[in-house]
Ligand binder design. Structure first.
Ligand code: ZN
Length: 419
């Protein structure tokens, strides 16, 4: 099996608070050894990558990815793209994510059935290039919930699969299982962008959620929930959902409940979207008036306060900020790591761990991914500078000198290809 030796780098292994000099040897798709010190291994036979001035770290994990969200202004646009075109655009986004250092993505929802599943299979078979992927169902919602863009006078597809009552929910979930999804996505709460069901409204009823969760658990699927309202967070915790997104308006009781399941549950703020709407909305036509109308300034402040508390309660956070809208262009995903530092009180290393260790655990791969450690899969980055001091370095592709997934160099520092 071919071997690659990376020497001269400082290593951030995913666990320690600092970096250290080490020589790392990769054999096949795994890390064979991590040897302290910067002395070259004179007996080594294989390819050598000189990495002076670079930091070797685990590949990033996008914990709330929407590869099939293709720069849209509003959800209904997703319903107007043909499946064929949508598949190609999704494939392009996935390679873009890999080129930004995301060697794994946990899909938070697919915009149409089969987009995520097909992309995952195509990556695994080598048909297209992309990160490791856990594929999601579309967002399962109710009439009048987030993802239902229909009106009495007009049928309009969007990104949701709409059902009402437990019988329909069981059928929808089973169909997604039949499609081959890894994750079932459930929209329990509303959202600022739904005029009749804002973020603090909870359109889904307990019996509908129970039916969905029961099917997902029967087939061993991971469940991820869109849960902004306090009530929806409590419903999600009570149902045993493994990944609860947003939680912006979680009250103290909801936070207590979350803390009680912190070893088995992940939370993802998906903060990028609200951040960009509030701070950079003009590029996508989101005015100050609209932000006021949608109460986004209060939402921004509430989210920051909630995630300070999440940190104090040692919840396991994953990064990912609803990238894929016009206001949150795909490829900027690593910005969320900096948001954790800037807005939620995380240290740079803690924020990096959300994007590596926690992400790997969410992928169900905590014993094989997310660390620079012998025996682990070789999903690795070489970064110019030290991201443990400045996480914003990860936002510029030119700083990512090497991107390796499964032992294969997607970006080779010895060949400065323009990706
Ligand atoms: Zn999302």
């Amino acid at each position: 099996m071919s071997k690659i030796c990376i020497q001269g780098a400082k290593v951030w292994d995913g666990i320690r608070a600092d970096t250290y000099a080490a020589t790392v040897i990769i054999e096949g798709n795994k890390i064979l050894s991590v040897r302290d010190g910067s002395q070259p291994d004179l007996d080594f036979v294989g390819e050598v990558i000189e990495a002076d001035g670079l930091t070797l770290m685990p590949g990033l994990v996008e914990g709330h990815a929407h590869p099939s969200f293709v720069g849209i202004n509003e959800p209904a646009e997703l319903g107007r793209i043909s499946s064929e075109e949508h598949m190609l655009l999704t494939a392009k986004n996935l390679e873009l994510l890999l080129s930004h250092g995301f060697t794994s993505v946990f899909e938070a929802a697919s915009a149409k059935p089969l987009l995520g599943v097909t992309a995952r299979n195509a990556i695994e078979s080598g048909l297209i290039i992309g990160p490791r992927m856990r594929a999601a169902s579309p967002e399962i919602t109710t009439t009048a919930g987030l993802g239902d863009e229909r009106r009495r006078f007009m049928h309009q597809e969007s990104f949701g699969l709409i059902g009402d009552g437990p019988i329909e929910m069981r059928r929808i979930a089973r169909e997604c299982v039949r499609d081959g999804v890894d994750n079932i996505k459930i929209n329990i709460s509303g959202d600022e962008f739904v005029s009749h069901a804002r973020a603090e409204v909870t359109p889904m009823e307990e019996d509908e959620l129970s039916a969905l969760v029961s099917v997902a658990k029967t087939f061993g699927k991971t469940i991820a929930a869109h849960a902004r309202s306090s009530k929806s967070v409590k419903m999600a915790v009570r149902s045993g959902i493994e990944c609860i997104y947003h939680c912006d308006f979680a009250d103290e009781e909801a936070l207590d409940m979350l803390e009680s399941v912190r070893d088995s549950c992940f939370v993802g703020p998906a903060f990028g979207l609200v951040h960009n709407c509030v701070h950079e909305g003009e590029v996508a036509g989101i005015s100050v008036e609209l932000c006021n109308q949608l109460d986004l300034y209060r939402k921004f402040e509430t989210c920051c306060a909630t995630y300070h508390k999440m940190r104090e309660r040692k919840m396991r956070l994953v990064v990912g900020g609803d990238y894929g809208f016009a206001v949150t262009p795909m490829g900027q995903n690593a910005r969320d790591i900096e948001h954790f530092v800037r807005y939620f009180g995380y240290s740079p290393v803690e924020a990096l761990q959300c994007a590596t260790l926690n992400g790997a655990a969410l992928m169900g791969e905590s014993t094989r991914l997310g660390q620079v450690k012998p025996g682990f899969l070789a999903d690795l980055l070489l970064v110019k500078g030290d991201p443990t001091q400045d996480v914003s370095l990860l936002q510029q592709r030119e700083n990512l000198r090497m991107i390796m997934k499964d032992g294969v160099l997607y970006k080779d520092p010895r060949v400065m290809l323009a990706h």
